[in-house]
Design a protein around this ligand. Sequence first.
Ligand code: CA
Length: 445
Amino acid sequence: MHQIDQTHDPQLKSWVETANDPKSDFPIQNLPFCVFQQGDRIPAIGVGIGDQILNLRIAADKGMVGDEFVESLQANTLNSFMSFEMEKRLELRQLLSSIFSSETSADRVAVESAMVSQTDATFCLPCRIGDYTDFYASVYHATNVGCMFRPDNPLLPNYKHIPIGYHGRASSVVISGTEVRRPVGQKAPAEDGGSPTRSPCALLDYELEVGFFVGQGNALGETIPIEQADNHLFGMCLLNDWSARDIQKWEYQPLGPFLAKSFASTISPWVVTMEALAPFRVPALIRPKGDPEPLDYLSDPENESHGGVDLKLEVLLTSQQMREQSLSPKHLSSGNFTNMYWTIGQILAHHASNGCNLQPGDLMGSGTISGTERESRGSLLELTWDGDSEHPLPGTQRTPIVLPTGEERKFLADGDEVIMRGYCENESHRRIGFGECRGIILPAV
Ligand code: CA
């Protein structure tokens, strides 16, 4: 597990003045990575500070970083840098922290010449995502969804023993701001024995999730013991797992989600490192009395005491009409990543437990993050549903969300923009943010 060191000192300030704004997502304590482009130049790796980005390719060219990092920081994806051991990555974090801190501003002119305003940058995917796997780690989400379809038996018998996941599609993972085309697909027959139809998705939804990137991988045939799992994690981002509920309902049995998910998954551009998240590690969710203990390969005292991440999340929505009238986004829900039944360490250890080789830059999704309260439900499927786990109702009874324009939503309409935000905050440390994950829905073709 990462240690808290001088880079997390809440008193630490930067000569980049915007980083010292208490509302900034990117104070000197954060230092998230991205890949960005200026105009038509080749994408470069950057590190965020305040409202600026330090171009790490230029920094590497000018000898501002240690020799061992030069080649990986001159690349146009983070994959090579992600494969460094945690201790090495920590060295770069400490170096960047000292470059940006006010006490050591001697190199300031050289550093400033390698900086660009975030508003002048176009963000790219931070790495080449070889594989994407999506999990189902929130027991509240699994219970809500289970209640809609199996009110008497919402959780399947495997749920509390095994982190449930499926292999997603890496090629359609897109960066925040990319427009998302409403998919067309097959729907279940209206009555038993009837024929399925094919038409634009009518029940388009988002899923609030956190994504995490694999750092150092494991060789094929080898595993990642749970005690080592954190050393194989690079960092986290926000993830919107767009979902076509009507297509999903017809196709998901017996092999799980397919075209209902693979049309697009949006991630935020910033990768907040596990090093930066050290002050916000919290105990794993305490399992209710009577729940089974995880099997040995998913059990570790350090995971129990620090496996969680206290990451606060919110989802907002604007419609086309709202943007035309310059109305503020409508807040839909707030969540917290501490509400997960399985930790990211357990998910990673489980994924590699059969000898499957994970590789630097592989992306894992947490699964929809829902909490115990109605206000913390992480999808429209759950938010507009009239039931709850104590009063389960079949999935069709819904109350729409009313937008400031008077428009109503049970699911997403064309022109809607979904905005996700996340940040970590506690009494003894500086707040750090994840930026935003955005996407607008385009009409079906
Ligand atoms: Ca999902």
